[in-house]
Design a binder for this molecule. Structure first.
Ligand code: SF4
Length: 459
């Protein structure tokens, strides 16, 4: 039985693709292994959102060697594979085969071809009509949390982003299929699902089948209600596109306890002129109207976002509008990036005219504001009780008391195992329990907040 080692870079969509590739390969008679040096095939699932991720791939391909010095078969899938295609064979001579983002259902066949002929193969073709979107429990990243793609690709063509080129046009999966998949996951013991896609709220299936009995102002808010009706304990969704974020999404959350109180809504810039240059399709006023609707929800919905600083031609005044927006929104968490051009995108043709030092300065000023709101959000959780899904066990039985001492830190003896999980508002909580609560949703009283994490005691 040939062994395959699969390494994944990038976003949830890539993790989800890897889970389905591993599911298919295992069904076709391959053995998935976590041990790279025992593998006959090393497969990299790549990300091209940042140029650094691409360089990481070339470095990793160069490192692949069997213990006897020979080289296993090396394959590349994901966004870099789709964008670079057969040119990867010249750029990275260790690569034997390349699989595009929609060709992942055929990876087993390509591997067989490489073994038979020892030649280079690539497949950048489109997805099969009957492509199977399900995953086997053994191949998921977690037994308790599962990713469910609802839409693939992107039609938005933001000027800085490569995704529409690497993932193709938007295609929504049938609602009945999604609901069926969620019901199966629920029956398999999964507690939390994440409906995923580049823009989940742009969901537009070809037909209404599966949504007929659910109201909603948009197909996405109907889908949220349909998935909520499966009774699965928790439903999260990401990423949302501001222009398509209908207020009815908040109504659906308000009506359904199992729709989690967390929304990720990237605003990218606080300046309308920069947003236009980014081709984001929203204005800051329309964005803030959506934020206001989210903020007044009785569910106390947590907010996260993505922001880019130093986009070509961004002035200091425009950056200050970004700071102002971040201050107003008080995000629970945020991903801030310094702009860097991505070859092949329209923005890469613009002069990258904000000096590197200036970008860093803006980034640091923004980070300070984001840090303040994150700290405030985390501190507001202290002394309150939250439901936490215990997702992982950490085997560190003791921890250091960093609260008041300098120098040698005293060790706090703990009586049970340490667990880590998320609240419904997507905050990470570490806690101790003498019972094995793995996979359970438990009540935890928060006792302490640190930079990115909450600590608590099981109640
Ligand atoms: S919406 Fe914009 S940033 Fe998001 S994937 Fe599409 S093009 Fe990229």
């Amino acid at each position: 039985m040939k062994k395959v080692y699969l390494e994944t870079f990038g976003c949830q969509m890539n993790v989800s693709d890897s889970e389905r590739v591993a599911t298919r390969l295992a069904a076709e008679g391959f053995e998935m292994t976590a041990n790279e040096s025992a593998a006959d095939v090393v497969l990299f699932n790549t990300c091209s959102v940042r140029e650094k991720a691409e360089h990481k791939l070339y470095t990793r391909v160069g490192q692949v060697r069997n213990p006897d010095g020979t080289k296993p078969i090396v394959g590349v899938m994901g966004c870099v594979a789709q964008l670079e295609g057969e040119t990867l064979f010249a750029k990275s001579p260790g690569v034997d085969f390349v699989i595009g983002t929609q060709a992942v259902g055929r990876v087993g066949k390509v591997i067989e071809n490489v073994f038979e002929t020892r030649g280079n193969f690539y497949d950048l073709g489109v997805r099969e009509e009957n492509y199977d979107w399900t995953t086997a429990p053994a191949q998921r990243h977690s037994p308790y949390v599962a990713f469910v793609p609802i839409i693939e690709g992107c039609n938005k063509f933001c000027t800085y982003c490569i995704v529409p080129f690497s993932r193709g046009r938007e295609k929504s999966l049938p609602a009945a299929q999604i609901v069926r998949q969620v019901s199966v996951l629920r029956d398999q013991g999964v507690k939390e699902i994440h409906l995923i896609g580049q823009n989940v709220n742009s969901y537009r299936p070809k037909s209404d089948v599966g949504l007929e009995n659910f109201r909603g102002a948009t197909p996405f808010s109907k889908l949220l209600r349909a998935v909520a009706a499966t009774g699965i304990e928790r439903i999260k969704f990401t990423t949302s596109f501001p222009r398509d974020f209908h207020p009815d999404i908040v109504d659906a959350i308000n009506e359904n306890e199992n729709l989690c109180n967390w929304v990720h809504l990237p605003f990218q810039s606080g300046s309308d002129r920069v947003l236009k240059a980014m081709r984001r399709g929203h204005t800051i006023e329309s964005y803030l109207q959506k934020i206001d609707k989210i903020k007044v929800s009785p569910r106390k919905i947590a907010l996260s976002t993505d922001i880019i600083v130093g986009f070509p031609t961004e002035t200091e005044e425009e950056f200050l509008e970004t700071l102002k927006t971040a201050q107003y929104c008080e995000f629970d968490s945020a991903y801030a990036f310094k702009y860097s051009p991505r070859p092949g995108t329209p923005a890469a043709e613009m002069a990258d005219d904000v000096e590197a030092l200036e970008k860093t300065d803006r980034f640091l000023r923004l980070e300070k504001v984001l840090r303040q709101s994150q700290t405030k959000a985390l501190q507001s959780c202290v002394n309150k009780i939250y439901e936490v899904l215990a997702e992982k066990k950490s085997f560190k039985k003791d921890r250091k008391d960093k609260s008041a001492h300098i120098g040698q830190l005293p060790t706090i003896q703990t009586n049970g195992d340490n667990f880590s999980g998320h609240t419904t508002c997507h905050k990470v909580v570490n806690f101790e329990s003498s019972n094995d609560v793995l996979g359970k949703i438990v009540k935890v009283k928060i006792t302490e907040s640190k930079t990115n994490t909450l600590y608590g005691e099981i109640c």
